[in-house]
Design a protein around this ligand. Structure first.
Ligand code: ZN
Length: 335
């Protein structure tokens, strides 16, 4: 009986974090694009050099154009799911990061100007950052499997990265004349070859190559922030395979691999992702030769926590079983 009481108490706590049972106005977790860091880039600061030649961050006008397009792309999508998309345009904020949160029915992304002013960030990179934050809201499984952190509403970090290049950037860049834009860019030879192999349509190939520039921009930012000497590249994938899904920010090369994978998956943008079945709307290892979620952060087997849920966060499966009878929609209840 004490066990049951404990489980119900825990379940009641969980409901606060998930907006179940009339606590819809509770503020929930923020998920940064980057791990917490001390870098600040105020407006007008040109002291940061970065690794990319010819790059100096983006302008305020470019930043606003990106946010306008994200707002147009996703306002109705969020509305259809019962939310209201709120993009906080924090251009003057020096923080080198971004985040997502849900406050009641407001689905918020916080887009700080500091990251947009980093020299490694291009228009392509900033669009990826915004798409990553949308991915926390819309990226489906796998969700963050740590309800006590209040983040169970959110797609995990690797999943948000995957959503960015699998879905969001494709729609974003589809509005551009990529045939005119791409000739001024140097496209990585492997990205060029794989984009051509995966997509028959030239327009789709161009979008795929444009996404490779997004992946390079933010991966070079990761390298700069973590002061790594090894340059992340498309042809040096992270070959580690996790035993359990990592909900946190993957390592630099691993994140680049995820972006590349998403860009190469030929599943249609219109194929919906699912909050409970990671296979829907995406590429799957064993079925698709490329384009699936990278194994350096994702474990697709149920016992590895990759089915969109994850393992019991309480360290006691019998407690989780009791909670799951009451709240089967909790992420760790899907097997
Ligand atoms: Zn994130």
């Amino acid at each position: 009986m004490r066990r049951l009481n404990k489980a119900l108490l825990l379940a009641s706590g969980l409901s606060l974090g998930l907006g179940i049972g009339g606590h819809a106005s509770v503020t929930k977790l923020c998920n940064g694009f980057l791990p917490p860091n001390e870098m600040k880039i105020p407006v007008g600061d040109h002291s940061h050099i970065g690794k990319s030649k010819n790059a100096a961050g983006i302008t305020e006008a470019q930043y606003n154009a990106i946010m306008d397009r994200i707002q147009k792309l996703y306002a109705d999508v969020v509305k259809a799911k019962g939310g209201k998309l709120v993009i906080n345009r924090l251009w003057s904020d020096a923080t080198v990061n971004s985040s997502a949160e849900q406050q009641g029915t407001n689905w918020v992304i916080n887009m700080y100007g500091g990251i947009a002013r980093h020299p490694d960030i291009t228009v392509e990179g900033e669009a990826l950052v915004a798409c990553h934050e949308m991915g926390h809201h819309l990226g489906g499984a796998p969700k963050i499997s740590s309800p006590f952190g209040g983040g169970a509403w959110a797609t995990n970090e690797g999943g948000a990265d995957y959503f960015a290049t699998l879905k969001c950037l494709r729609e974003f860049f589809a509005q551009d004349d990529n045939g005119t834009i791409l000739p001024s860019m140097t496209i990585d030879p492997l990205a060029k070859k794989d984009c051509a192999a995966q997509f028959a349509d030239v327009g789709d190939q161009n979008i795929c190559m444009r996404i490779s520039k997004s992946a390079e921009s933010v991966s070079y930012l990761f390298q700069d922030l973590s002061q790594q000497t090894t340059r992340p590249k498309f042809d040096t994938p992270d070959t580690t395979e996790v035993a359990r899904t990592n909900d946190d920010h993957p390592a630099t090369q691993c994140r680049m691999d995820t972006y590349f994978g998403g860009s190469l998956c030929p599943v249609a943008v219109s194929a919906q992702l699912s909050d409970t079945d990671f296979k829907q709307g995406s590429c799957v290892q064993g079925t698709d030769p490329v384009g699936f979620r990278s194994r350096c952060w994702f474990q697709p087997e149920p016992q590895g926590g990759g089915t969109g849920g994850g393992t019991c966060p309480l360290g006691d499966q019998s407690l989780c079983d009791i909670i799951c009878q009451q709240f089967p929609q909790l992420p760790f209840c899907s097997k």
